[in-house]
Design a protein around this ligand. Sequence first.
Ligand SMILES: C[S@@+](CC[C@H](N)C(=O)[O-])C[C@H]1O[C@@H](n2cnc3c(N)ncnc32)[C@H](O)[C@@H]1O
Length: 357
Amino acid sequence: MNALAEWMGQQLSKRPMPASEFMALALYHPELGYYRRQEGPWGFEGKDYYTALDCGPLLGATLALRLEAAWERLDRPARFTVLEPGAGRGWLGRDLLAASCGAFAEALVYVHQDDNPAARRAAEQALAPFLASGRARFEGESVADPFIGAVVSNELFDALPAQPWRWDGQAWLMEALSAEGPVWLPGDPGEAGAWFAAQAEEGLHPGDGSVWSEGLGPFVNRLGGRLQAGLFLAVDYGETAGRLLAKGADLRRYHGHTVDGRWWEDPGTCDLTADVDFTRLSVELNALAFRVIAHESLSRWICRHAPLMDWEARWMELAEAERAQRMQNLMQLTLPGLMGERFRVLEAWKDGPSQEA
Ligand SMILES: C[S@@+](CC[C@H](N)C(=O)[O-])C[C@H]1O[C@@H](n2cnc3c(N)ncnc32)[C@H](O)[C@@H]1O
């Protein structure tokens, strides 16, 4: 048994632990949490999961075009800051900086934010040339707030601790871990209960339920409040509140490229994720004067915005291995049933003073 599991076992002998508390400790315990380890979880062999960034630079190249369009829409400000919370290894920043060019590239400053030590080390490498030229920075290094530009994230909100709830036909039950194993216990969902009830279009049915991240609202408020004008873009395991309720969303565990629902096992050595309520994210953003301009699958977003003509033209110039990798990248993000359909993109826009009517 690992040290974190042992420590949690002692806590469980006193009281059951809500699943969200377990997730918070399993991922972010200061010494033993999964995202506090010295070694990163991302990648293929010997790792736990890969993200769209492991498949190649298409996501970053597409994002570069979306950000350039945002810069144009803001009347080409001299400084366009892109903050990426939960930036992990900095690969999205690397790919988008590499794909940007011309006057937009001169205005673009990318800011990496993540207090995961493995992420920081990997990002120092991935972003090295851009850090040296000042085009990339780490959070805390002279970023004036509020800024004009964008807040972008890939698989960030699914890493926020979340609590699963179920409606049993009469009352709400919360998922927890007892000394004997996972249990559903009566509890008061508070704000979450009112939200779920309002989102269940045909009323709640036994078995309906969803996940509620306590930290989502305050976090989005902090991030959105820093952006004076521009684009808020999230790529995530996003879904509408209604669909999450109907499917009875729960926590998922990733370990060694297998996924299951056994979130209570081996804390600190597995990734835990929760679906992200994009309806709620939209409501939070609306309250901050953002307007949602897109909510679609990643595959549709890529097909609409990716520089595919350019991609095709450059493809023939590449060495064979790289051509195969680019092909894989394109297929993963666009074909039915692959990664592009598992993720959704939410885009929200906030006007600057010059765009406001
Ligand atoms: C699933 S990983 C995704 C990393 C990266 N975006 C990628 O696609 O490879 C989630 C990351 O979010 C970070 N994270 C979680 N909560 C955060 C917060 N409140 N602020 C900044 N980063 C956070 C974690 O440390 C972790 O590196």
